[in-house]
Design a protein around this ligand. Structure first.
Ligand code: FAD
Length: 464
C-alpha cells in the first residue's frame, strides 16, 4: 500500500500540503511528476532545472522522484493499479487542462476505490472562497483584494519532511526529455540570471525582504532599478508557497512597501480567480464586444516587436530583456503589450503567445488576464482609450535611460534627452552617438502619436 504524490506546479518540499498529507498517512510514497507538454521554451528550461533540484532534494531524504511522460490519466491509473495506491495527493490546479484531467481521474478512480485529494497549494485561497456579498465571483480588483485581506491568510506553513520513504518505480531520465535548448543554446542569459529550485526561491525572497521590500512601493516602477522581487518563476512553478511569501513579507512590517507587495500577490490571486471564471482567458476576450475588434496586422510588425526591433527604445529594451533573460519588468511589459495591441493593432493573443514561449514564468492565469487588461477587454481593465505613450513612459520611469542602454547598446551614447525618441534627435547628435536610423537602429514602425490616433479610430469602429 502506498500514497501517490503527483507534483504539478508545486515543485517543493516545504509547505507542500499534498506531500505533507501523504507523509502523514505513514504509508510508502510514490513521488511522481508527469511532463506538462504545453510549456513554452523558456518555461521548459526552467522546468528542467527545477525538476533537477527537486529530484536532488528528494534523493537527499532517501526518496526518488519518478518522471513520466504521456497521458496523465493513463499513467496515474496504471500506477494506482500496479502499486496498490490508496490515495493520490496533488496541488489543486485551476488551468482548464488540469481541471479536465482531474475530472477524468475522478471518474476512473471511482471504480478503483482510490481518491484524488486536491490540496490548496498554488494559491492563497480557493477561488470559491472569495466571493461578493451575493456569493458571486469578483470582476473588480479593489473589492476582491479587500475581501482577501478580510478573509486572512492562514499562517501555518508545513515543514519539509525529513525522510521520504518511496517505492521503487521506473521512470524517464530528465535529460531524455530534451527540455534544454541545444543548437542553438539560447539559455546563456537565463543561466546568468536565475537559480531555479526551492533553495533559489528562498534565497531570492530573503534578499528581497532584507533589502528591497521597504522601497518597493516606489522602486517597483523603475525598470533600471532592482526594485521588485523577481519571484515570479519561482512562485509559478511552486518552488515556494504563496503563503510563505505572504507571511515573510508581512513579518517585515506594515510599511507602504510591504502593503504594496501584498497587493501584487493578490493580483496573482485575482488572475487565478478570473481563469477559474473564464477558462478560455488565453484566447477569448472577457468583454465579448472585443471579439470583432478591427485589428490591422501589418506584415513584419509582429516579428519586429518580438525581436526588439520596433524603433521605440523602451519597447525594444523590454523585448530584448525578455528574450535574453526570460523575464521582463512589469512596467515595461505594460508598455510593450500596449504598443503591440494599440500602436501596431496586432491582436493581444499574438503577444500572449510570444510571452508564453519566452517568459520563464508563463502562466495561463497571469499572462491571459494581464494581456486582456492591457488590451482593454479584460476584467477591471484599463479603458481602451487610455493609451500608453512609450516615449513619455520611458522619460518618466527610465529618465536617464539606464534600462534602455543596458538592453539596446547601439543607443548607449545618445544623451538622456534623446534616448527615448532618437528620431527626434538632430542629425549631428545621432552621428556623434554613432546612431544611424534605419541602419544601426530601426526607424519607428509606428510613431507614438500616429499609433495613438489609429488605435482610437479602430476603437471608434468597434463602438459603432
Ligand atoms: P513583484 O512585483 O515582485 O510581485 C510579486 C509577485 O506578485 C510576482 O512574483 C507575481 O507572482 C505576483 N504578481 C505581481 N504582479 C502581478 C500581476 N499584475 N498579475 C499577476 N501576478 C502578479 N506574471 C506571471 O507570473 N506570469 C505571466 O505569465 C505574466 N504575464 C504578464 C503579461 C503582461 C502583458 C503583463 C503586463 C504582466 C504579466 N505578469 C505575469 C504580471 C507581472 O508582470 C509579473 O508577475 C511580475 O512582473 C513578476 O516580477 P516580480 O516577481 O519581480 O514581481
Amino acid at each position: 500500500m502506498a500514497r501517490l504524490v503527483w507534483f504539478r506546479n508545486d515543485l517543493r518540499l516545504a509547505d507542500n500540503p499534498a506531500l505533507h498529507a501523504a507523509v502523514e498517512s505513514g504509508e510508502d510514497l510514490l513521488l511522481l511528476y508527469i511532463l506538462d507538454e504545453r510549456a513554452g521554451g523558456a518555461s521548459r528550461w526552467w522546468l528542467h532545472h527545477s525538476l533537477s533540484a527537486l529530484s536532488g532534494d528528494i534523493a537527499a531524504r532517501g526518496g526518488k522522484l519518478v518522471l513520466r511522460r504521456g497521458d496523465a490519466v493513463k499513467i496515474i491509473t496504471g500506477l494506482v493499479e500496479e502499486h496498490e495506491i490508496t490515495g493520490v495527493h496533488a496541488a489543486r490546479a485551476y488551468e482548464p487542462f488540469w481541471r479536465e484531467t482531474d475530472r477524468a481521474l475522478d471518474a476512473s478512480f471511482r471504480a478503483l476505490g482510490c481518491g484524488l485529494h486536491r490540496h490548496l497549494s498554488t494559491s492563497l485561497f480557493h477561488p470559491e472562497r472569495i466571493t461578493t456579498k451575493s456569493g458571486g465571483p469578483f470582476g473588480v480588483f479593489t473589492p476582491f483584494s479587500k475581501a482577501c485581506f478580510e478573509a486572512g491568510v492562514p499562517a501555518t506553513a508545513l515543514p519539509a519532511p525529513k525522510r521520504l520513504q518511496s517505492v521503487k518505480v521506473a521512470g524517464d531520465a530528465l535529460e531524455d526529455w530534451g527540455l534544454l535548448p541545444i543548437n542553438p543554446d539560447w539559455a546563456g542569459g537565463l543561466r546568468a540570471e536565475w537559480t531555479p529550485g526551492e533553495a533559489g526561491a528562498h534565497a531570492r525572497l530573503d534578499v528581497f525582504i532584507a533589502r528591497l521590500v521597504k522601497d518597493y512601493a516606489i522602486a517597483r516602477d523603475f525598470p533600471g532599478l532592482a526594485g521588485t522581487s523577481k519571484l515570479s518563476p519561482h512562485v509559478h512553478f511552486g518552488e515556494i508557497s504563496p503563503r510563505i511569501v505572504w507571511h515573510k513579507a508581512k513579518a517585515a512590517g506594515d510599511g507602504k512597501g510591504v502593503q504594496t507587495f501584498l497587493k501584487e500577490l493578490l493580483w496573482r490571486e485575482f488572475s487565478i480567480n478570473l481563469l477559474w471564471q473564464h477558462p478560455d482567458i488565453r484566447t477569448c476576450p472577457i468583454r465579448e464586444e472585443f471579439t470583432t475588434f478591427p485589428w490591422k496586422e501589418t506584415p513584419g510588425h509582429l516579428e519586429a516587436w518580438r525581436r526588439g526591433q520596433t524603433g521605440i527604445p523602451i519597447v525594444d529594451a523590454g523585448m530584448r530583456q525578455l528574450w535574453q533573460t526570460g523575464w521582463m519588468h512589469n512596467r515595461v511589459r505594460m508598455i510593450c503589450a500596449s504598443y503591440l495591441v494599440k500602436h501596431l493593432l496586432i491582436p493581444w493573443q499574438a503577444g500572449e503567445a510570444w510571452f508564453w514561449d519566452t517568459l520563464c514564468e508563463a502562466d495561463e492565469a497571469a499572462n491571459g488576464a494581464s494581456w486582456q487588461w492591457v488590451a482593454g477587454c479584460g476584467a477591471d481593465a484599463a479603458p481602451y482609450f487610455r493609451i500608453f505613450n512609450p516615449v513619455l513612459q520611458g522619460a518618466k520611469f527610465d529618465a536617464e535611460g539606464a534600462y534602455v542602454r543596458c538592453f539596446v547598446p547601439e543607443l548607449k551614447k545618445l544623451p538622456d534627452k534623446h534616448i527615448h525618441a532618437p528620431w527626434e534627435a538632430p542629425a549631428e547628435i545621432l552621428a556623434g552617438a554613432g546612431v544611424k536610423l534605419g541602419g544601426s537602429y530601426p526607424k519607428p514602425l509606428v510613431l507614438p502619436a500616429e499609433g495613438r490616433q489609429a488605435a482610437l479610430d479602430a476603437y471608434a469602429q468597434l463602438k459603432k
